[in-house]
Ligand binder design. Structure first.
Ligand SMILES: Nc1nc2c(ncn2[C@@H]2O[C@H](COP(=O)(O)OP(=O)(O)OP(=O)(O)O)[C@@H](O)[C@H]2O)c(=O)[nH]1
Length: 751
């Protein structure tokens, strides 16, 4: 579960900045339609795909709430593009992108899978991301390397909490999106209601380009409002049947086309001009305007279909090619070298710059997934890992195509490939040309919020357990392994209960180590309730050699909710954790370099609060006075005074323990809602809303994360397996007294 982000970071769609218009390099919808057929069901052969320039590449992510149908959409895309020859299903464990045994057992996506396919002479590098909130970090890393995304929604549920979270994540990364309202075959499916929820909760300008033909079980196709023709799919048909708009839908289709033209003209100057001149928009203008609005984030094209019944996937692929940007349409990537900013455009002839976004141990070896931003990388090249400061050799370059990999001689700017042979490159690292180094901004990593103690069941396995955990943490930066200083236990921390369960299971299955896992505990924090003023601390050391002298006077206060925090330098404790440091010292009583040393010392003190050694957040420290010694004062002395001074000042403050809190959305049959509400109350949950949807009760509540352990099992029991819930982090809130013990319980559950 990622730490809550400041509201100021959340940007809405219209403010996307990455896109820039490229009216010339994307084929018209007409051309797309005429030429797309040859790739359908074409048997994939190594090297069969033609050489692509960056303009014909789409780096695409599939994003959604858990169970909206991302994996099924991905499977149908792979089938439609001829990568697979059989429709994989999530429920029978045959989905290609859910290749991990645990994904197949659990029926969910855990690891972002990258696969490549071709559509209408374009290469689509596709990433199916996990929908469960525990794997939001995996989504974050994927979003960092994507140029566009398809957001999948359930036509019955509309926008769900996790769809909102991933939408905001995509906003932060400036990733243009199109929306696919899936499951149109389900009872209660309602495109208009789903679009309305997109408008209310995600984006003010959903641009609906299709009209469904038939509803629920009778959903058989769509009217394409751009070309004004019908696409229908007969049961088991390999491809869409095209034809004129059915008579009974003509008036409605014309009305909706008119609404679409109006909405587009309102937002696109060239379209507005044509609309004013002619009172209507030509298909070409409409397509070009939809592409511009998608790329600028000013509109979201909405399509619909039923992935499960293989209806609506080809127009979705057409829309990906027509509207989403190529690597050339996004701004150059930025990096730094020795503090100096550098930019790299998607030019195959520029120096190499690539970002590793995923590391995966496979039977083929350690695969490192790379997004190549600029330059060309050849098999056998030696490249520079600017993050570790080491050279790495590119052993093999692979194009990942479903469950097999095609060898490549080279990868060029704009591409996503996997590489074998990199020894120390971790997710987030930059690989670049040795003579043109730069470090690209790595994807953000959230703070782990849940931990468990793990222990090898056989003492002879202790070493193997340590190396297995180290391997897992290397692949997944949101897993952290450390030793509890008090108990000596090995603690594994992650984003949630499911995240840790999956990690423990991988230790057992992939590394063959039997382990015991303790009860989960949450990561607490501490904050200042009531502060102190004029707290003095004198650091004096005189032991023979040069002495140390520093005197500081500190005011410590809670940080107001509106105060902008001042993030620390990389790797410093307290970074981004709600800490403001101000110097109010006058008359040069403490020179500027010592003030900086005091601030650095204070940051160190934030690592362990007085209540239980938890990180301290939400603190404002003011250095009000101080004293130096002509000979014995130094940076070191003032840093120590800052650290020990704030440590003692915090002990004098009234501190508050904080615990992570999540918002849960529980969907249950209406006859079980009473018991579910009672159970939420017993878990210190605060109900914030309840409604009914298609015969089910949907309850939202904020609940302390510590109370949610085991909730999935309890909910299943209470609702005879019919209840589901999702959770999303909302930040930290005061934990009740008495203070919970932060140290996890000893290992009790056998593995
Ligand atoms: N009726 C219907 N069911 C669908 C459709 N698409 C997917 N499903 C079913 O919905 C369930 C969830 O689908 P997935 O593709 O696993 O959804 P997901 O979003 O990838 O879920 P996670 O991987 O767990 O995040 C599966 O049982 C699918 O068979 C659809 O168009 N219609």
């Amino acid at each position: 579960m990622p730490a809550a982000r400041p509201a100021s970071e959340v940007r809405t769609g219209p403010q996307l900045t990455r896109s820039r218009s490229a009216l010339t390099d994307v084929p018209s919808v007409a051309r797309v339609r005429e030429s797309r057929r040859p790739v359908r069901r074409t048997p994939g052969r190594p090297g069969a795909m033609r050489t692509h320039t960056p303009a014909t590449v789409r780096n695409l992510g599939i994003l959604a709430h858990v169970d909206a149908g991302k994996t099924t959409v991905t499977e149908r895309i792979l089938y439609a593009t001829g990568v697979t020859h059989k429709r994989g299903e999530v429920h029978d464990g045959t989905a290609v992108t859910d290749f991990d045994p645990q994904e197949r057992d659990r029926g969910i996506t855990i690891f972002a899978a990258a696969v490549t396919c071709a559509w209408d002479s374009h290469r689509i590098n596709l990433i199916d991301t996990p929908g469960h909130v525990d794997f939001a970090d995996e989504v974050e890393r994927s979003l960092r390397v994507l140029d566009g995304a398809v957001a999948v929604f359930d036509a019955v549920a509309g926008v769900e909490p996790q769809s909102e979270s991933v939408w905001r994540q995509a906003d932060r990364h400036g990733v243009p999106r199109i929306a696919f309202v899936n499951k149109m075959d389900r009872a209660g499916a309602d495109l208009d209601a789903a679009v309305d929820s997109i408008r209310r909760r995600l984006h003010p300008a959903p641009l609906v380009v299709q009209l469904p033909i038939g509803a629920e079980g009778g959903f058989t196709g769509v009217v394409d409002l751009v070309r004004m023709r019908a696409l229908t799919w007969a049961d088991g048909a390999e491809a869409a049947e095209r034809g004129p708009v059915p008579e009974e839908l003509r008036a409605e289709a014309a009305r909706r086309r008119h609404l679409l033209e109006e909405a587009v003209a309102e937002r696109h100057p060239a379209a507005l001009e044509e609309y004013c001149d002619r009172g209507t928009l030509g298909d070409g203008t409409l397509t070009a305007a939809l592409r511009d609005l998608t790329r600028s984030g000013d509109g979201v094209v909405v399509l619909c279909g039923s992935a499960y019944r293989d209806r609506g996937v080809e127009p979705l692929l057409d829309a990906v090619v027509a509207y989403l940007p190529s690597p050339l349409d996004v701004p150059p990537v930025r990096g730094t070298h020795h503090g100096e900013e550098r930019e790299r455009a998607a030019d195959p002839d520029a120096p190499l710059a690539a970002l590793a976004f995923k590391v995966q141990a496979t039977a083929t070896g350690r695969l490192t997934f790379l997004r190549v931003y600029s330059g060309t990388m050849e098999k056998g090249d030696t490249v520079w890992d600017a993050t570790t400061g080491r050279g790495e050799r590119i052993g093999r370059i692979l194009r990942v195509r479903a469950d097999r990999h095609d060898p490549l001689e080279r990868a060029v700017a704009g591409d996503i490939v996997a590489v074998v042979g990199l020894k120390g490159t971790r997710p987030g690292a930059t690989l670049c040309a040795p003579d043109a180094p730069l470090v690209l901004e790595p994807p953000g990593t959230a703070e782990p919020v849940v931990h468990v103690a793990v222990e090898a069941r056989r003492s002879t396995d202790t070493g193997r357990l340590a190396s297995a955990l180290a391997r897992l943490a290397e692949e997944d930066p949101s897993l952290v392994v450390r030793t509890d200083p008090e108990t000596g236990q090995t603690l594994l921390s992650g984003m949630g209960e499911l995240h840790l369960e999956v990690a423990a299971e991988r230790v057992r299955r992939e590394h063959g180590v039997e382990i015991s896992v303790g009860r989960p505990g949450v990561a607490y924090r501490e904050t200042v309730g009531t502060g102190v003023s004029g707290f003095g601390y004198r650091h004096v050391k005189q032991d023979g050699g040069a002495g140390q002298f520093a005197h500081v006077v500190l005011d410590v206060a809670p940080l107001g909710p509106e105060e902008p925090e001042k993030p620390g330098g990389p790797g410093e404790p307290g970074e981004g954790e709600g800490f403001v440091f101000v110097s109010a010292v006058t008359g040069g009583r403490v020179p500027q370099e010592y003030v900086r040393a005091v601030e650095a010392g204070c940051r160190e003190a934030l690592a362990e609060g007085p209540l239980g050694g938890h990180p301290v957040t939400g603190v404002r420290v003011t250095l009000t006075d101080g004293q130096t010694h002509v000979k014995d004062s130094s940076d070191t002395a003032f840093r120590t005074a800052g650290r020990l001074g704030l440590r003692d000042a915090l002990r004098a403050c009234a501190m508050v323990l904080l615990e992570p809190v999540v918002e849960v959305t529980v969907t249950v049959p209406e006859d079980t809602v009473g018991g579910v509400l009672g159970d939420l109350a017993a878990r210190r949950g605060r109900v914030t809303g309840s409604r009914t949807r298609a015969g089910a009760a949907v309850v939202t509540a904020t609940v302390p994360l510590a109370e949610l352990f085991g909730y999935a099992t309890r909910l299943r029991g209470r609702t005879q397996g019919r209840g589901t819930f999702t959770a999303r982090p909302t930040g930290y809130a005061p934990a009740p007294a008495p203070t919970p013990t932060p140290t996890p319980a000893p290992a009790v559950r056998a593995g």
